[in-house]
Design a protein around this ligand. Sequence first.
Ligand code: TIU
Length: 233
Amino acid sequence: MGRLVIPAQPSPFVLETARTALLMIDMQRDFLEPGGFGEMLGNDVSRLRTAIAPCRALLDIAREAGLFVIHTREGHRADLSDAPSAKLERSPPDKRIGACGPMGRILVRGEPGHDIISELAPFPGEPVIDKPGKGAFYQTDLELMLRNRGVASLIVAGVTTEVCVHTTIREANDRGYRCLAAGDACASYFPEFHEVGLRMIAAQGGIFGSVATRAEISAAFVSAADCKEEKPA
Ligand code: TIU
C-alpha cells in the first residue's frame, strides 16, 4: 500500500505499511471479561470493553493492508519463577498472581483467563508475545521480530492505557520506533488516567509518540486503498 499520512496529535503521522506493525496489547479475558481477575479486584471492566470494537476494526484494516500484526499477553510461568516477589506481594494472597481466580490461576500462562478474548483472537501466523512485565519489550523477543521485519513504526492499541500500553510505547520510543497510539482502541479502568495517558504521549512535540483515533487511522488506510485502485493499469 506504501506511504500513508494519518492526521494525529501533535502532528501528522507518516508510515510505510511494509515497515509498520500493529501491536495489540493484553486484550486478555482476565482484564476484560465480567467475572475475571480485573473485576475481582473491583474494577469496572465495561470501561475496558469500549476498546474492543475499535481494536477489531484496526485488526481488520491492518490485516487487509498486510501490516505485521502482533499480540501480547501479560502472564507468568506456572511455577511463577519469572514473577518478581514485589509484583506477587502487592495483592492479598487470595487475589495475587498464581492464586485460583474465576478463570483459572490469575495471570498464569495457559489458564483460560490469560488468553486473548475471542473477539480479537489472533489469526494463524500472527505472533503472540508472552511478557512477564508491563512493557512488551522487557524479557521478550519482540525487538528481534521487529528488526527482522524491518519495522520502523508501531500502531499501538489495547489495555490498559497508562500501564501496559504506556510502558510499551515508552520502551519502543527509547529504541527508536515511531509510535502511534490508537486512542479509542486503548482503555483504562480509570477514565482520567486514559485521558491524561494519551495527552502525555503527545505532549512536548510528541515526547513518546503520536495519538490518533481509530477512525482517523482507518480513513487514511481506506483512502490510500481507494487511491491505488483508481490508478491506471
Ligand atoms: N496490561 C496491563 O495494563 N496490565 C495491568 O496490570 N494493568 C492495570 O491497569 N492493572
